[in-house]
Write a protein that binds this ligand. Structure first.
Ligand SMILES: O=C(O)CCC(=O)C(=O)O
Length: 304
C-alpha cells in the first residue's frame, strides 16, 4: 500500500487561522532532504541542466511548465507521496485532498523577468474555497529577489483580475480588469514575503494575489515548484475562455474533483486512479492541445 508522508509537525490552530485570514502562511522545514533532492532532480531533468549554477547562461530562461507530474516520476512522487497533501488537508480542515496539478518555476540567474501580480483562480477551471498551492524552492530565495510576494488578505477581495502569466501573456480571452499597479504603490498594501531555505514552503489560497521579482543580479538559479490542491468543496467549473486541462479526465461541470488526472491523495491515495501513472507517463490529448493552441493564439500580451 502506498501512503503519503505525514508532515513532521502539524500546523497549529493559529497557523490555520492565519492561512484563512491572510491568504498565505510560511511553513518552515516542510520538506526533508529526501524531498529536496527529489525536486532538485526533477527540475534538473525537466530543464536539462545538472548542478550547473554558473551564471554564464547565455540566454537565462524562466520556465513555468505546468502539469509536469504526468510525465516526470520525481514530480509524481513528490506530489503524491510527499508531506504536502497532509499540510493542505489540515489547513483546509477538509476530509478529502486531491492533487489538481503542479507547475515548475525555474528562473535562471540573470533572468530579470518578474512574475506579474496575479491570482491563480482566474487560470483554473475550478470553483470552491478549498483551493490552494504550496510553493517551494530548492535554492535559497530572498524576499527582495525572486521569493514570492503576497498581498495579504487579497483572497477576500471581490475583484477578479486578468490572469497575467510570464511575459505579460493574458491567459484568457474573458474580460477581466487589469490588476492595479501594486509595485507603484507598495506602501498602500500589506505585502508579505519571506527569505526561504530549501525545505521551506509557502501555502497560499488560489485567490491571494502574488508575484515575484527577477534575478537580474545573477547569483543562484531559482528552481521552484508549486503543487496545487483541492479540498471537499472544489468543483470542476471550466469556461470557454481559459486553457482546458489537456488530459482527458471525464469530469463534467459541477463534478467534485477526482479520477486519475486529479487523484485523491488523502484520506488515502486513490491507488486505482494512479495505477496507469505508476506504470509510465500519461500524455495529453492531442485534440485538446490543438484546441488550446487555437485559443492561445488569441491571447493578448501586455507590457509589464
Ligand atoms: O515562482 C514564481 O515566480 C511564480 C509562482 C506562482 O505564480 C505560483 O505558484 O502560482
Amino acid at each position: 500500500m502506498m501512503i503519503p508522508e505525514t508532515p513532521a509537525r502539524p500546523l497549529s490552530e493559529a497557523e490555520i487561522d492565519a492561512f484563512w485570514r491572510d491568504g498565505v502562511i510560511a511553513v518552515r522545514g516542510l520538506y526533508s532532504s529526501k524531498w529536496i533532492d527529489t525536486v532538485q532532480a526533477a527540475l534538473d531533468e525537466i530543464c536539462g541542466f545538472g548542478d550547473d549554477r554558473s551564471a554564464e547562461a547565455k540566454k537565462p530562461f524562466f520556465r513555468s511548465d505546468p502539469y509536469t507530474w504526468h510525465k516526470n516520476d520525481n514530480v509524481r512522487d513528490f506530489a503524491l507521496f510527499g508531506p504536502t497533501a497532509g499540510l493542505v488537508q489540515q489547513a483546509f480542515r477538509s476530509a478529502r485532498v486531491n492533487l489538481f496539478c503542479d507547475q515548475i518555476f525555474v528562473k535562471q540567474a540573470y533572468n530579470a523577468d518578474r512574475t506579474p501580480w496575479h491570482h491563480d483562480m482566474t487560470f483554473f477551471p475550478l470553483s470552491g474555497a478549498q483551493i490552494a498551492s504550496v510553493w517551494t524552492s530548492v535554492d535559497p530565495v530572498k524576499a527582495e529577489e525572486s521569493a514570492l510576494e503576497f498581498i495579504v488578505g487579497s483572497h477576500k477581495w471581490p475583484q477578479r483580475f486578468r490572469p497575467l502569466g510570464v511575459g505579460g501573456i493574458v491567459k484568457s480571452v474573458a474580460e477581466f480588469d487589469p490588476a492595479p499597479d501594486f509595485d507603484g504603490a507598495r506602501d498602500s498594501y500589506r505585502i508579505a514575503s519571506w527569505d526561504m531555505q530549501p525545505g521551506d514552503a509557502v501555502l497560499f489560497h488560489a485567490l491571494t494575489l502574488h508575484g515575484s521579482r527577477g534575478k537580474p543580479a545573477g547569483g543562484l538559479n531559482r528552481r521552484a515548484i508549486a503543487t496545487r490542491w483541492c479540498g471537499d468543496d472544489a468543483r470542476y467549473a471550466p469556461t470557454e475562455t481559459e486553457l482546458q486541462v489537456a488530459w482527458r479526465h471525464g469530469l463534467q461541470p459541477g463534478d467534485a474533483i477526482g479520477g486519475p488526472i486529479f487523484p485523491q491523495v488523502l484520506p488515502h491515495l486513490d491507488e486505482d486512479g494512479i495505477a496507469g501513472r505508476m506504470k509510465g507517463p500519461v500524455l495529453p490529448d492531442p485534440a485538446i492541445v490543438a484546441q488550446n493552441q487555437k485559443l492561445a493564439a488569441r491571447f493578448e500580451v501586455v507590457p509589464l
